[in-house]
Every structure is written in structure tokens, then in C-alpha cells.
Design a protein around this ligand. Structure first.
Ligand code: GTA
Length: 155
């Protein structure tokens, strides 16, 4: 196993506030799980494209697309589950930063997928950080409705 990820403080900058356990348990999960989170994805990227790219690190057990809880459409993130920890680490090491549909994707260790985590937690239905996102794909602004669009227009 790569020593690179031994320091739990360096393994991920993200902390899931909804993790049902202690900080120690969270860190342990990050170091042992076979799930990665992918962020900064285009809303147009398909599951097929993700399979093709992430299979380069190893055999995939499952992919879960992140969805807007109102529209039920992809909103820029997903979870990829592998069979082996080594493949999980390779995905973080070698695939993070890859340009997919014109966006540099971010691959992060994750504590493990549970039902419900596929939904965006933002007020608008999508991701929380999208309320701060300014580099949308060209057609996205046109397809956004209500408060979400208004928030972006204010910037
Ligand atoms: N492993 O980096 C990640 C990650 N992110 C960003 C989300 N998930 C992640 N998992 C890993 N690594 O299951 C997972 C979540 C959930 C699903 C959707 O994706 O565990 P979300 O993105 O809609 O909601 O999650 P989350 O995680 O609550 O939001 P976020 O972006 O971390 O925001 C946390 C707080 O920081 C909020 O209070 C928000 O208002 C604030 N914030 C976020 N971005 C900014 C910003 N750019 N500027 C200022 N404040 C910000």
C-alpha cells in the first residue's frame, strides 16, 4: 500500500458532516474503503464514459451517479466502487485531474456509499458547492430554474 496516504490528514480535505461515527472511524473508513467520489464533473458525462475511464484503474463493482434531488438528473458528481483497495488508490493517484468533457475531474477517497448519498444536498436540489460554482457548461444556465438561476445571476 502506498505510504503517500498514510497520514489521515492528507487523505482527503473533505469531511462528510453526515457520517454516522467518530472522526477516528471516519479516517479509518477513508483509509480502507474501496469507494471514490468524483467531483467537478460535467452534467453531461454518462455512466458509460465513467466506466471506460475508471476501468483503467481496475475492475469496477458499481457506479452511482449523483442526482439533483428535484429534477433527478445528473448534477456533477458520482461514486465509483471498486473490488480492491489498490485499484481505489490508483484511481485517486492517476485519474484525478483528468479532463473529462472539458472539465478537470476530482477523484477523492470516500468513506463508503450508502443509499441517499446520491442526492445533491444543496438548497436548489444540486450540490451545495454548485451554489458557489461559476464555470458552468454553456447550456446549464439555460436549463436551471428558480432560485438556483437567480443565485448565479447575482454573482
Ligand atoms: N468523498 O469532496 C468530497 C465530496 N463532496 C464535495 C460531496 N461529497 C463528497 N464526498 C467525498 N469528497 O453524499 C458527497 C457528499 C454527499 C454527496 C452530495 O456528495 O457526502 P453535496 O456536495 O451536495 O453536499 O453532497 P455537501 O457534501 O454537504 O457539501 P459541501 O460542498 O461539502 O459543503 C459543505 C459546507 O461548505 C456547506 O456549508 C457549504 O455552504 C460550504 N461551502 C461549500 N463550497 C463552498 C465555497 N466554494 N465557498 C464557501 N462555502 C462553501
Amino acid at each position: 500500500m502506498a505510504l503517500l496516504f498514510k497520514d489521515p490528514n492528507k487523505i482527503s480535505a473533505y469531511r462528510d458532516r453526515r457520517f454516522p461515527g467518530t472522526q477516528e472511524e471516519y479516517e479509518h473508513a477513508l483509509q480502507t474503503s474501496t469507494t471514490v467520489y468524483i467531483g467537478n464533473m460535467s452534467f453531461y458525462t454518462t455512466e458509460e464514459q465513467l466506466y471506460e475511464l475508471f476501468s483503467r484503474a481496475g475492475e469496477i463493482k458499481k457506479i452511482v451517479m449523483g442526482l439533483d434531488k428535484n429534477t433527478k438528473t445528473p448534477c456533477g458528481f458520482c461514486f465509483v466502487m471498486y473490488y480492491s483497495r489498490e485499484d481505489t488508490e490508483d484511481a485517486v493517484k492517476y485519474i484525478s485531474g483528468t479532463i473529462l468533457d472539458d472539465r478537470p475531474i476530482r477523484v477523492d477517497f470516500d468513506w463508503g456509499f450508502q443509499d441517499g448519498r446520491q442526492w445533491g444536498r444543496g438548497r436548489s436540489g444540486g450540490q451545495v458547492r454548485d451554489e458557489y460554482r461559476t464555470d458552468y457548461d454553456p447550456d446549464i444556465l439555460l436549463s436551471m430554474k428558480g432560485g438556483y438561476g437567480k443565485l448565479v445571476q447575482k454573482e
